[in-house]
Design a protein around this ligand. Sequence first.
Ligand code: AMP
Ligand code: MG
Length: 488
Amino acid sequence: MATLKSLNFDNSYLQLPEQLFQRLSPTPLQKPFLIGFNPDVAQLLDIDPCTVNPKEIASFLGGEKVLPGSEPLAMKYTGHQFGVYNPELGDGRGLLLGEVVNKKGERWDLHLKGAGKTAYSRFGDGRAVLRSSIREYLVSEAMHGLGIPTTRALSLVGSEEIAMRERMMEPCATVLRVTQCHIRFGHFEHLYHTRQHDELKTLADYCLERYFPELIGAEQPYLAMYQEVAKRSAALVAKWQAYGFVHAVLNTDNMSLIGETFDYGPYSFMDRYKPEYVSNGNDHQGRYAFANQPSIVQWNLSCLGQALLPLIERDGVMAVLDTYPNHYKQAELSEFRKRLGLQRQESEDEELIRQLLTLFAQQQVDMNRFFRRLSDFDGSDQAVASLMELIALPTAISDWLLAYERRLKKEIASFPIRRAQMRKVNPEYILRNYMAEEAIRAAAEGDFSVVHNLLMLLRNPTEDNDEFKRFSMSPPDWANGICLTCSS
Ligand code: AMP
Ligand code: MG
């Protein structure tokens, strides 16, 4: 087992063209202290969680010291923000500390968010505040617990340093983000829009080798990679739609090449199903509203496709974009079939799902609580009543339930088996905004127990937990008043 000081670094990103990074060390935070450490993520890096020393982590991941073997750098990328191309982007407050190769041969990027100013900071201070760092630390684990591809977070480090956000003073923090891939659509956009086509090819070859080695032998490897990215992105957004997740800042620089949820900002899991839900007070046009996410991801893929034009024929790009709606539709069907406990594929399923989503929207149903209760649905009056409790106009669900029961007759699995399968995909706990907000408010008073408890709870969100039962109930009224913005 490794310790933090003996990680097996091998930093391949440094071999890429120098237009893609700036080498620099973190700017130390004032008086850093460890708040959270995720043992599951430690194990990905072969770190024995029992050997960790909080002071040591705080000094390495608070920017005071550089880990042996780490060669920190800020990545250069660009991207489309709210539909407008911005050539000035890049890691403005995060540094890639390096890549760790574990015993299994897996290569994990370590990225320290909140590590100070870089060449790409523009007007920013290079810092991340504790509030948004807590949200990223928690949601990374929550998404993983739900089986939704995501970046992970190893640590949360607080400090006595202060930053200004929306005229308020807030304490700064860092999160150590861990994922196999920090390459964004925006990396390719940068090289395309600056007409650096040789470097673009070098980057594409690097990505093929590192992330899609099975495609190197394809007839058209770059096209095959683009197709695979489109498929994974479609599968990812289908999961978001199935769990009521709103990313909120779906700019192309926040799109991961390997189809993970990436760069958390003012995200939400909706307490009530509203297709037009916008989770970012700064998104006045509602560009990133919940219902827009599948088509926005397609739009983002078209930006990536354009950036790959020096390597792929235009017809190839268009063909991939044309297949996207079908990939999305199939992925969405598959997610909802699982949530409904349907193993077989029947032609009527699409309509059954569409009707349910229409009902959710009309009645503003808490979809995640609904699916959890549906897992226990055995057709009894009691089970019907329990579902109706979640619908403003209870009788509105009657016809749908009859259709669902008819559909269940085509399934082979018995009720107990279906119930067990459904409970595995229909969580009891989901990271609602008010839960993160409780953790943030307690943390502001120096109490980090809510952060710890939520991390533990959300690791296994489908397991009942008597101690935290209240988090599976209806959110408190004040949850409605929470306003999220880009400020982080
Ligand atoms: P985001 O909205 O977090 O995806 O960030 C968009 C861009 O702004 C990226 O290039 C970030 O690195 C940069 N950025 C965000 N916050 C800061 C900050 N506090 N200081 C410097 N750069 C930042
Ligand atoms: Mg970003």
